[in-house]
Design a protein around this ligand. Structure first.
Ligand code: BT5
Length: 318
């Protein structure tokens, strides 16, 4: 039905009335309106005018691996791109194809089972976002891996620019809502990392979110009122990521600590840390040299290092 509606809108010279569409497609006008709403949330700009109907003003720009490639100035990051129209999860794709070359970037226009942390889901509709995963083969110890999430956060913030901030450890927020999330997974033997998959999701041209996310999620489009070219943004994140990653592998997190702290929206905020069933309340006061969150609690100062924690109570949405 989606394709049929797009076809009608694409072939129309002016406005098409809801009535006409409902008749041609054999569905109710309410159903037509629902599909239009869905397309809008995917980044299609559809004008609706009373008594005239609908008009497709602008379709979202497609992701094009060759365009991304032409915009890269990296040595090995994203020099190999595996693009697919639709997949369950680009993190799963990267893990399945972990024998691919170091720095391979897996991108999908849509994910049907996008993953968040701790078994949570990640809403990844078609056409409007960036859902991508980098396959990395760093020679560092498994306990340093969480730093990759942090430097990826810096890369995303730099690429987005503007008011983007980081909610420690893995959320990029704008206007108090989440615009991007990062999920880093690894496969390791005792002391040796075999590979790391750093998954990055960015809500780019999303116009509307499902009700359960509308309080906590936002997109670049919602925050700025304009559409972004996803190809340019993917390349910008990769171009920022490579030098950060190289620096991190060589010298650890310390050189990036000051920038991360400046970008970190959690500092000086009341936070509630939830880790494996236990809970702790305090004020986040600093980022330590390994990227841990330093929290002042009634029982003294604690540094939270695990990536497997939830930080709550900073924004209205959590
Ligand atoms: C994350 O988890 O923020 C990590 C998200 C990583 C997504 C990327 S997309 C490419 C790659 N492939 C994957 O399968 N995943 C990665 P977490 O901190 O657990 O946040 C998840 C929570 O954010 C959910 O429980 C929802 O409440 C909320 N959420 C879900 N979809 C969202 C969206 N599109 N935008 C903002 N918030 C969302």
């Amino acid at each position: 039905m989606r394709e049929k509606i797009l076809n009608i809108l694409n072939n129309a010279t002016g406005y098409v009335s809801g009535e006409e569409m409902s008749r041609d497609l054999g569905i109710s006008r309410a159903a037509v309106w629902k599909h239009i709403k869905k397309l809008k949330s995917e980044g299609y700009k559809i004008e609706s005018v009373t008594n005239k109907g609908y008009r497709l003003a602008e379709a979202p720009k497609e992701i094009s691996p060759s365009t991304v490639d032409s915009l890269l100035n990296t040595g090995f990051i994203a020099r190999s791109i595996q693009y697919t129209d639709s997949t369950a999860s680009t993190n799963e794709d990267a893990k399945r194809l972990a024998s691919s070359v170091d720095g391979t970037l897996f991108i999908a226009d849509r994910q049907t089972a996008g993953k968040g942390r701790l078994g949570r889901g990640w809403e990844s509709p078609r056409g409007s976002g960036i859902w991508m995963s980098l396959l990395l083969k760093p020679e560092i110890s498994p306990n340093e891996i969480s730093g990759i999430t942090l430097i990826a956060g810096i890369a995303v913030c730099r690429a987005i620019g503007g008011s983007a901030k980081i909610k420690w450890p893995n959320d990029i927020v704008m206007g108090g809502r989440k615009v991007s999330g990062i999920l880093t997974e690894m496969s390791a033997e005792v002391e040796r990392v075999s590979y790391v998959v750093c998954g990055i999701g960015i809500n780019v041209n999303t116009a509307a979110f499902p009700p359960e996310l509308s309080e906590k999620a936002t997109s670049l489009y919602v925050e700025t009122g304009r559409s972004f070219d996803r190809n340019k943004l993917i390349a910008a994140v990769m171009n920022e990521f490579e030098p950060l990653y190289k620096g991190f592998i060589k010298n650890g997190f310390e050189p990036f600590r000051a920038e991360y702290r400046d970008l970190c929206a959690s500092i000086k905020r009341e936070v509630r840390i939830i880790s494996r069933g236990s809970e702790m309340i305090g004020t986040a006061i600093d980022i330590d040299k390994n990227g841990g969150l330093v929290v002042m609690t009634a029982a003294g100062t604690v540094t939270v290092t695990s990536g497997e924690v939830s930080v709550r109570g900073i924004y209205g949405y959590i």
